[in-house]
Design a protein around this ligand. Structure first.
Ligand code: UD1
Length: 351
């Protein structure tokens, strides 16, 4: 029995294609939900949209400081694992749930898998960087999404035989649903998704960003589904008035968000996943980040990095909206993003 761990929004678009592949290859698995995210449109909506099976167990940890959240997941998952002894714990991504589940499995000598292994930004101030490093170094089987990530693992001394370069399940999901979703249309609007503490917990940075959005909203329709962390900070720093002309709303489900993404002139974000998805779809992306852990989206894709500075964001977004982007992927990247990564994972697991 494999425990497939899901907890926060970005996990669900990865476990969906992996569970489809597990079903196809007749691999016995159950979803364990940590409860790191719990609002309907950060969690349950994705189970409904992707037809994911109900979690076997919901650990209901909720929000807390990093230590408390990680500790609660560990305590509750350890109890479950001691009772049920799964044969394998399968983790995805880089959220607190990923590392917490990894630590539990490793300490109980349960085989641990990490999908999205080897991603590095080089910035240990990002909580995700710590989660990634810890999980990679205690995993038995590692699935990086790009050659660069595989190199990172080798450079850190992870044995070759543990690492399988298979591609990106999140892109499997994108391609799986894009058949229904993708439609042309006028590329006029700007879509915004922001939630990184470095941007939204810092009043100076968040102010610069919302002023840029305010200026952009004089020229373009700006659609901004607001993450709960960002929503809180906009209230705390009293910044909502900058968004008078911006179409802000609650976080969207996958299908709505992707409809807006497919027709965007530019997407402004600090999300890793959106950088990848826009590059695959040839959509302009401005990443409000100093560094990217997905270098290929900058080297060959459609992502540009941009500091949280009102003029830089405004000017770059205007240029991006006016240009036709084309990803210039190498043959290897095209092959890795062919929509079959999860099946390659399932075949390795089966062996
Ligand atoms: C987490 C991940 C981040 C990921 C992001 C995607 C970590 C360290 N961070 O960050 O890598 O990119 O999810 O969203 O694991 N909240 C709600 N409802 C919810 C969930 C959260 O209101 O369903 C509020 C809580 O008050 C919480 C805040 O949002 O304090 C932030 O949530 P949290 O899970 O701590 O971190 P994210 O910023 O979402």
């Amino acid at each position: 029995m494999i425990y497939l761990i899901g907890g926060a929004r970005p996990n669900f678009m990865k476990i969906a294609p992996i569970s489809r592949a597990f079903d196809k290859y007749d691999i016995d698995y159950e979803i364990i939900h940590t409860g790191q995210h719990y609002d309907y449109n950060m969690d349950k909506i994705f189970f409904e949209e992707f037809g994911l099976k109900d979690p076997l167990v919901h650990l209901e940890v909720g929000s807390a400081s990093h230590g408390e959240q990680t500790g609660k997941i560990m305590e509750r998952l350890e109890m479950l694992c001691l009772d049920e002894r799964p044969g394998m714990v399968f983790t995805v991504g880089d959220v607190n749930s990923t590392m917490a589940a990894g630590l539990v499995a490793a300490k109980l000598h349960i085989k641990l898998v990490h999908q999205e292994a080897g991603m590095r930004s080089g910035d240990k101030k990002m909580p995700e960087e710590i989660n990634r490093i810890v999980t990679d170094h205690i995993s038995d089987l590692l699935f990086p999404i790009s050659p660069q990530d595989r190199r990172n693992l080798y450079n850190e001394g992870i044995p070759y035989e543990k690492v399988h370069l298979v591609g990106d399940p999140m892109i499997d999901n994108l391609l799986y649903y894009s058949k229904n979703d993708i439609e042309g249309g006028s590329k006029k609007h700007i879509l915004v998704e922001l939630h990184r503490p470095v941007n939204v917990d810092n009043p100076r940075n968040l102010t610069e960003i919302v002023i840029a959005l305010s200026q952009l909203s004089e020229r373009y329709i700006v659609i901004f589904p607001v993450h709960p962390r960002t929503r809180k900070k906009l209230s705390e720093y009293n910044l909502w008035h900058y968004l008078d002309m911006v179409d802000h709303c609650e976080p969207m489900g996958y299908f709505d968000f992707h409809k807006h993404m497919n027709n965007a002139g530019c997407v402004i974000t600090d999300s890793d996943g959106i950088q990848q998805e826009t590059s695959i779809l040839n959509i302009s992306c401005l990443a409000i980040r100093d560094t990217s852990n997905i270098q290929y989206t900058i080297d060959y894709g459609t992502t540009d990095l941009c500091q949280p500075d009102r003029d830089k964001i405004f000017n770059k977004a205007v240029i991006k909206c006016a240009s036709e982007e084309v990803s210039n992927f190498t043959d290897q990247l095209k092959k890795l993003n062919d929509g079959n990564a999860s099946e390659r994972i399932a075949r390795v697991i089966k062996q």
